[in-house]
Design a protein around this ligand. Structure first.
Ligand SMILES: *[C@@H]1O[C@H](CO)[C@@H](O)[C@H](O)[C@H]1NC(C)=O
Ligand SMILES: *[C@@H]1O[C@H](CO)[C@@H](O)[C@H](O)[C@H]1NC(C)=O
Ligand SMILES: *[C@@H]1O[C@H](CO)[C@@H](O)[C@H](O)[C@H]1NC(C)=O
Length: 920
């Protein structure tokens, strides 16, 4: 079979030659010999650094991205499945690594290897680099394993000089030849020699003015010949050196420029920002030129095999007749849609459609493709998996299973967590439209978009919300007292606090947009004004927040609602079929429980009872009376007032979770969190009025309560042991609620969780109280419910004695927030002061409150799992904490063999996806 014949100095194959089989190829095909030689060479000598690709035969394939870069690996793959790819070679990323380590010198025999491989390409083409009679031109492109803007892009038409251009002109016309030459001089100068493009542009403009023409295309061949002389002078004027006319030298310099660009400031910065590590370098792709600018029967285009925003199964792309790739990018001419190509080049179009089908079938994915048509012959220049929106990702995954292209596990791998989070939050209609209205940028604490009128305190937020207004709560920082207002607000903006500050954690829990730590604003909540760098805003003015970028935007930006679809439902049902880990939710209210259920939670893994005490004035007052009580009787009286509230909250939650388990944690936080904030005098006066105690009594009680280190003080089960009436009241409320809803036909599975246990005796003490309450109530009522008693494992000691604790516990729930706090000795509330420094200096790789630290917390979980299961094989194991919604943490926990993770209701779909992905 003849290799592509040469006409007009450039490739000219024809359509029917496309599907080349291997048996056709072996006969007399120069690649084969070269490949055999190389294999011999490799086994004897060195690593292979240069890989050829071409008609139906390639040394590389798509699985070799780490070595050949994404572009090189896919070119090799396309060629070997029989698509028309202009032949060429790829220099490996390892060669780049050698080059960089070796002080920016081409490694030993690399240049000889390149020339050797290039001979095979020249032979196939019947054309030769630098040969004026049979000129061969090439493109040189970079390509790392991960697509990476910032590196050297492209040099086209390499191989031209004053002699070669004459040969090209005699075959393809003077205008085409000199147009190619001047484009090459410009690109090579700009990209390889560091001569600013603007200097070439200035010469072009001067020539156009002199000739009195408007467009580049109005210049004649002779004009362009003159321009070539001007361009060559630019080299002299700018660098004091002549343009390197030797094509071999051009190629060598271009290869070095690609290698150098790996270390360029832009590329390094891009890798840092995107946390890209572990790559060896960039590959270099050297490929025969094909020309889309050879008249009406040529052109160039890009396409996605499906619509990348909606996922609709229809080619989606652009085409430009008589143009080269950079004309599309430069936006000089407006591209047409693909229908234009179907009309003007039906044959090439038909083949393109076929190729798209072949590639989708082969890669089993939606592809992003670049192609060129040269005189009606289609050439494939690049293919890669297409970037897509969340809606598109889900639709394609579901469609491809229906089309039989994918099985369910493969479909599940195809959708990324951020695709889902995009789908679950309202989006700005057009994020690029508001860029000039961004007045400040803070930390992207909780994703999503929020639009509202600004208010400066929680009460106003609640009140304005009740009046039907959308508000953004702006605070210096938030505290537990603000939760009502935070809940009412569409979004939250704070001047202080990090990604794990109160505002951030609470907002993420609710799936509410939050920008925290925005140091560009000053908040004055007395006069209710916020001062941004240049703008002052008063209460009631409109702002918008983008929680994924941390942008604070002036005015009311348009939103579109989350796009939930049948496809999403189908897709999520597959995740549950495949996941080994169950996903539960952290929910404190009946509304949260309902949201969790709607998002597919299989139960509640953590219901915190403390938030229930903040939801009304009456509750918080009774709580404070309880805290300040001097005698057990006073305390009991206050608790009795709280009991009905707790019971009705539990009833609501049980109802929402009919048939599913609900894990309720007994009171956990230090008591001072329930006392009013502010100056001590005011607080004492307020409390005295509320409780009927004298101010002196209150003062002495508050002083007794104050702790040096409350997070390590009187909290968790230490409260329930110090005040047994408290545990008894909570247990009674749970069991009464359970019995009462059971009577109404609802199935309940209460699981009572004792917090902050470090010794088996602590759990034993609390479990006895709980079981005692149950026994008494059940016998009084003549009916009972099944329930479990278990504990949080959140103190390192508990992990080490998990076998002893497991004898008392029916379940463990790893409280990874506290476990992280205690493993690192970091206060979660103060971590904002140093964590940003740690992360930027690489002292920590990730925020351990967001990504589970496998070496410490993970190890503790492993120890406790092993010991707990050994002592009690039926024990149920799960985690609750921010990590339950983090994909890498979920993968680790699947590995360890937990039964469930519990996360905020809004992260449930993402955790379900992560759990399924960890299982495939
Ligand atoms: C790709 O090539 C490498 C090296 O020759 C080989 O080990 C691997 O099996 C190939 N993979 C595929 C998918 O063909
Ligand atoms: C090419 O396009 C030009 C401009 O549209 C037109 O005038 C010319 O006839 C076309 N030539 C061919 C061969 O189709
Ligand atoms: C936030 O801005 C980014 C970048 O402009 C955009 O991709 C994203 O969709 C925006 N977020 C929302 C919720 O609209």
């Amino acid at each position: 079979m003849a290799a592509g014949s040469l006409k007009n100095g450039v490739i000219n194959g024809n359509v029917s030659e496309k599907k080349v089989t291997n048996s056709n190829l072996s006969a007399g095909f120069p690649f084969v010999k070269i490949i055999l030689c190389k294999i011999l060479l490799n086994s004897l000598l060195i690593m292979q650094r240069v890989f050829v690709f071409g008609k139906g035969e390639s040394e590389g394939n798509k699985s070799m991205k780490a070595l050949l870069g994404g572009k090189g690996a896919n070119l090799a793959e396309m060629a070997s499945i029989g698509l028309s790819v202009p032949p060429g070679l790829t220099i490996s990323t390892e060669a780049c690594e050698e080059y960089v380590l070796g002080g920016k010198k081409l490694p030993g025999s690399l240049w000889e290897e390149v020339l050797g491989a290039f001979k095979a390409v020249e032979k196939e083409m019947g054309a030769f680099l630098g040969d004026p009679k049979k000129p061969l031109l090439v493109s040189v492109r970079s390509g790392a394993a991960i697509s990476m803007p910032g590196m050297m892009d492209t040099v086209l038409n390499l191989g031209l000089n004053d002699e070669v251009v004459v040969g090209l002109a005699s075959r393809s016309g003077v205008r085409f030849a000199y147009d190619s030459y001047r484009r090459f001089l410009d690109m090579f100068g700009d990209v390889v020699m560091g001569i600013p493009h603007a200097l070439f542009e200035a010469k072009l403009q001067r020539l156009k003015n002199a000739k009195g023409v408007q467009l580049d295309t109005d210049l004649t061949g002779l004009d362009l010949k003159e321009l070539v002389e001007d361009y060559k002078n630019v080299y002299l004027e700018s660098n004091g050196e002549k343009f390197p006319s030797d094509p071999n030298l051009q190629l060598k310099l271009a290869i070095q420029a690609v290698f150098d660009s790996w270390d360029s400031q832009r590329a390094v910065k891009y890798r840092n920002i995107n946390q890209i590590t572990g790559l060896k370098g960039t590959a270099v792709n050297i490929q025969c030129m094909v020309f889309g600018n050879m008249g009406n029967t040529s052109g160039t285009g890009v396409l996605f095999t499906r619509n990348p925003s909606t996922g609709e199964k229809k080619l989606y792309g652009e085409f430009l007749v008589n143009a080269q790739g950079e004309d599309v990018v430069a936006g000089i001419r407006t591209p047409q849609d693909l229908d234009a190509m179907r009309c003007s080049m039906p044959e090439a179009y038909k083949e393109l459609v076929q190729n798209c089908e072949i590639l989708e079938g082969h890669y089993r994915d939606m592809m992003d493709i670049e192609f060129t048509v040269q005189e009606n012959k289609l050439w494939m220049l690049q293919c890669r998996a297409g970037k897509r929106t969340g809606a598109c990702a889900v639709k394609i995954a579901v469609d491809m299973v229906k089309e039989g292209l994918l099985d369910k596990p493969a479909a599940i791998k195809m959708v990324e967590p951020q695709h889902l989070s995009q789908l679950l939050h309202p989006q700005f209609d057009n994020p690029s439209a508001y860029k000039n209205k961004v007045v400040a940028t803070g930390l992207p604490a909780s994703p999503g978009a929020a639009v509202g009128q600004i208010v400066f305190n929680a009460d106003d937020a609640e009140q304005w919300f009740a009046e039907g207004k959308s508000v953004i709560l702006v605070r210096a920082e938030t505290s537990p007292e603000d939760v009502g207002g935070m809940h009412a607000a569409a979004g939250i903006l704070t001047a202080r606090g990090g990604m794990t500050s109160h505002a951030a954690v609470v907002a993420r829990g609710w799936g509410k947009c939050c920008v925290s730590g925005c140091s560009d604003i000053r908040v004055d909540d007395t006069s209710k004004v916020a001062t941004f760098l240049l703008v002052m805003m008063k209460e009631g003015e409109w702002i918008s927040l983008n929680g994924s970028t941390g942008e604070v935007i002036l005015g009311k930006q348009a939103l579109s609602p989350p796009a939930l679809s049948d496809d999403l439902e189908t897709f999520m049902s597959w995740t549950d079929e495949i996941a080994r880990l169950k996903v539960m939710a952290n929910a404190d209210t009946p509304e949260d429980a309902a949201t969790a259920r709607k998002n597919g939670a299989q139960g509640i893994g953590l219901c915190r009872t403390e938030h229930m005490f903040f939801t009304s004035e009456e509750r918080i007052k009774s709580m404070r009376k309880m805290i300040l009580a001097v005698t057990p009787e006073q305390r009991k009286a206050a608790l009795n007032a709280l009991l009905p509230f707790q019971r009705s909250d539990f009833e609501g939650i049980f109802r929402a979770m009919d048939g599913l388990p609900v894990t309720i944690r007994l009171l956990d936080p230090p008591l001072h969190e329930f006392l009013p904030e502010g100056q001590i005098d005011n607080m004492v006066r307020e409390l005295a009025a509320e409780t009927g105690l004298s101010e002196d009594e209150v003062l002495s009680k508050v002083e007794k309560l104050s702790e040096v280190n409350p997070m390590l003080g009187l909290r968790g089960c230490r409260l329930g042991i110090s005040f047994p009436e408290l545990t008894e009241m909570q247990a009674l409320a749970i069991f009464e609620a359970a019995l009462s809803v059971t009577k109404k036909g609802i199935t309940v599975h209460p699981e009572i969780m004792v917090p902050l246990v470090g010794t088996p005796q602590e759990l034993g003490h609390q479990a006895n109280l709980i079981r005692g309450v149950a026994k008494k109530l059940f016998s009084e009522m003549g009916s009972s419910v099944e329930y479990k008693v278990g504990t949080m494992i959140e103190v390192p000691r508990a992990a080490f004695v998990a076998d002893e604790i497991a004898k008392e516990a029916e379940f463990f729930s790893f409280g990874t927030n506290d476990l992280t706090q205690m493993a690192f000795g970091y206060s979660r509330d103060d971590v904002g002061k140093f964590l940003p420094i740690y992360l930027s200096q690489g002292i920590l790789e990730a925020d351990p409150f967001q990504v589970l630290d496998q070496k410490s917390v993970g190890e503790l979980i492993k120890i406790a799992t092993e010991k707990g299961r050994k002592a009690n094989p039926n024990i149920e194991l799960g985690i609750c904490g921010e990590h339950g919604g983090d994909p890498t943490s979920v993968a680790f926990l699947t590995e360890v063999g937990l039964d469930y993770v519990s996360c905020s209701p809004f992260r449930v779909p993402i955790a379900r996806l992560a759990a399924a992905q960890a299982a495939v």
